[in-house]
Design a protein around this ligand. Structure first.
Ligand SMILES: [Zn+2]
Length: 111
């Protein structure tokens, strides 16, 4: 009994995942929270209305059933987003791989 899926979908997913893990690509399991707030300076245009609130980015991560948050300095946001996007992609690939194993196993049982 061969338990390894043979579909193109499976091969593509596993090969992309291997490529990611063998490269410098970094994976970060976290999501983003965007918060707008006034800066508190009386001369700033944000003091006059709610329109010009300053944007801060936070990383949010679940740990032992709780969620924790870290503010991310503006200059790091882009690079950190690449890591969370890579994590999302890897997670999607793992889901495909899981499905393909499931399908393969289900097909084998029908025969
Ligand atoms: Zn302001």
């Amino acid at each position: 009994m061969i338990l390894k899926p043979t579909s193109a979908k499976f091969k593509r997913a596993i090969s992309r995942l291997r490529q990611m893990l063998n490269s410098d690509e970094e994976l970060l399991r976290a999501s983003w929270i965007r918060m707008a707030h006034p800066c508190g300076k009386s001369g700033c245009r944000c003091a006059k209305g709610k329109k010009y609130h300053h944007i801060n980015w936070y990383l949010s991560q679940s740990k032992d059933g709780k969620s924790r948050m870290k503010s991310v300095p503006r200059e790091y946001v882009k690079a950190m987003k690449a890591k969370t996007e890579a994590y999302k992609e890897a997670r999607g690939l793992l889901a495909i791989i899981g499905d393909e194993y499931w399908n393969e196993f289900s097909n084998k049982q029908k025969r």
